[in-house]
Design a protein. Sequence first.
Length: 135
Amino acid sequence: APKTEAKKVAVKKAAPKTNSNSDREINSSNSSSAPVSGKARLDMNSFMQNIACTKRIRNKPMAALFEIKVTSGGKAQTVALLNGDDLKMSSRDKEIINIVTKSLRNSNYKPAKSGDVYVSTTITKKLNIPSYFCS
């Protein structure tokens, strides 16, 4: 059986309030008048456990920006890479993005709240993916 090694992911939070795009994506079908308090957040432990590297991949370091629609139950409904064109990815880099995207899709999230009710929201998450991510 192949040896599984721990993988490290450096995560930087996007600068607060410079791009209010994620704040506008709040599910409009929610008729509650209470403001949304606190954005949905990725559970990093869950993310790390979901990474499934099957072989060593020589990728370059990338700062990938993902848009994630988080349900009120704390699961990812959709995960999309926003800056794929800017990354100029090789086939190896795309393999890593697919692994990270799948892990984000299967990870747990702390959902946003409106008053004391959990609501679906869309968040933007920047992940700094180191070179040789699967090694």
